[in-house]
Write a protein that binds this ligand. Structure first.
Ligand SMILES: *[C@@H]1O[C@H](CO)[C@@H](O)[C@H](O)[C@H]1NC(C)=O
Ligand SMILES: *[C@@H]1O[C@H](CO)[C@@H](O)[C@H](O)[C@H]1NC(C)=O
Ligand SMILES: [Zn+2]
Length: 434
């Protein structure tokens, strides 16, 4: 298995409340050829905490160091015969190329796919969608952040009795391509003329939350572009990795107890307001969810539960087969290749994720983590001209995912109930009559 890691060097000290500049920070693509290379990188992570591994869920550490330490890393890699390529010499230049636009209020079509948007722009657009499509769209608040922001999203529904597709994105703040793609998907569900897209929009209730870590997302725009966690203070440090904080094998693998780590799992499962409120919201509709998608970047992977073991648990074979076919559909438009597998076999063990929790506690039939574009070049700094193609191919894959799920007998066409939920529901009715 070839793994590609990103390593970022952080230099200088970071003064809060002014935008941090990443001048002369370099991004490396590491090409481990076998498991012994992987062990070296693992040691590097544990011993030398200056490096920030970008690929999730590889263990990460982020420390501020001067750029001359680039030489250290290159020497360590050369001595150990691990191949590497610097892919971005100056991170700040890549950040500066990431255009951020304003959304024109009351004009839902002015949300476009050639730039990124700040939180308040996305939220204003959601409010305008509800005004523009009052019979179909309602805004939804799925929870509250540490700093008191709403986790705002929307529900698209063409009538009662439908099963749910749930899309959660932006839980890692710096993964900007995920809210952008999810907004595109939302727009397609409302405006596309493609018959399959229209059918998908009508057949399900869609619950879509583009930014589930609003504080972190705001921070990436105002202060620190490469922030990943939420913004809760922990001693002298900040932030909990919200995708290690869910109550499923919490802190078992790929998580840290060190608040300075990018994978810090928090003081306990659901210690964070974001995960606590969001999980409560999801639980209330949990038995109606057929498909749960957790959107991340990068690496071009489609991951399935669980993250604690490579064992094929639950309906693993169905989920992987459906996923592989959908990734075939994803590749048609631009040739983008994805790898499908469970979290542990595809990259590295990681637990406490939303996807594992949804699978374990809500028993949702089809749960996937998307790691969107790209693979080894720009990572979290995907240029704006890749927003539209990334969004289009991801939409193609979701439509095919629904198609394949039906072929595998996971749902009736139309607004049918999934069989496995029918039995407990009927039993409950009988009991309450008695
Ligand atoms: C970045 O590196 C270049 C070339 O070594 C140097 O001229 C420049 O001053 C550096 N910029 C910063 C902000 O350190
Ligand atoms: C992995 O997690 C799942 C869900 O909690 C559990 O059923 C399974 O026993 C775990 N496997 C291992 C090897 O820990
Ligand atoms: Zn992520």
């Amino acid at each position: 298995m070839i793994l590609i890691f990103f390593i970022l060097f952080l230099a200088g000290s970071f003064v809060a409340s002014e935008k941090f500049k990443f001048d002369n920070y370099t991004l490396y693509k590491i090409l481990p050829k076998d498991s012994s290379d992987f062990v070296i990188l693992q040691e590097l992570y544990e011993i030398d905490r200056r490096f920030d591994f970008w690929d999730d869920p590889i263990p990460t550490a982020e420390y501020l160091i001067p750029p001359h330490d680039k030489i250290d890393l290159e020497n360590i890699l050369i001595q150990n015969n691990v191949a590497f390529i610097p892919t971005i010499q100056n991170i700040q230049e890549a950040i500066d190329r990431q255009t951020v636009k304003k959304y024109t209020r009351n004009n839902v079509r002015s949300m476009q796919w050639d730039a990124y948007y700040e939180l308040e722009e996305i939220y204003a657009w959601i409010d305008d969608l509800a005004k523009t499509y009052p019979d179909i769209v309602t805004t939804e608040v799925a929870g509250t952040s540490y700093e008191g922001r709403e986790i705002k999203g929307l529900k698209i529904s063409h009538g009662p009795g439908r099963r749910i597709v749930f899309i959660e994105s932006g839980i890692h703040a710096r993964e900007w391509i995920t809210p952008a793609t999810v907004c595109y998907i939302t727009a397609q569900l409302l405006t596309s003329n493609d018959p399959e897209t229209r059918a998908a929009a009508r057949d399900f209730d869609w619950y879509i939350f583009p930014v589930t870590n609003p504080d972190g997302y705001v921070w990436t725009h105002t202060d620190f572009r490469l922030w990943r966690k939420n913004r809760k203070p922990v001693g002298t440090e900040f932030g909990i990795d919200l995708n290690r904080n869910w109550n499923s094998n919490w802190l078992v693998k790929g998580s840290s107890t060190n608040p300075s780590s990018n994978n810090y799992a928090g003081l306990g499962p659901f210690s964070e307001p974001e995960t606590r409120t969001l999980s409560t919201y999801i639980t209330a509709i949990g038995n109606k969810i057929d498909i749960y998608l957790s959107m991340h970047s990068s690496g071009q992977l489609l991951l399935v539960p669980f993250g604690n073991t490579t064992q094929p648990l639950a309906n693993y074979y169905d989920v992987v087969n459906i996923g592989r076919r959908a990734m075939g559909a994803l590749s048609v438009r631009y040739g983008t290749e994805y790898t499908t597998g469970n979290v542990a076999e595809a990259i590295y063990h990681a637990t406490g994720s939303s996807a594992d929790w949804v699978k374990e506690f809500l028993d949702v039939p089809l749960v996937y983590i998307y790691e969107l574009r790209d693979r080894g070049t720009f990572g979290h700094l995907l240029p704006p001209d890749q927003i539209l193609p990334t969004s289009e191919e991801t939409m193609d894959s979701i439509i095919d995912l629904i198609h394949q799920a039906k072929r595998f007998g996971y749902m009736n066409s139309g607004n049918g109930l999934k069989f496995s939920f029918l039995t407990p529901l009927l039993l409950f009715v009988v009991k309450s009559v008695v």
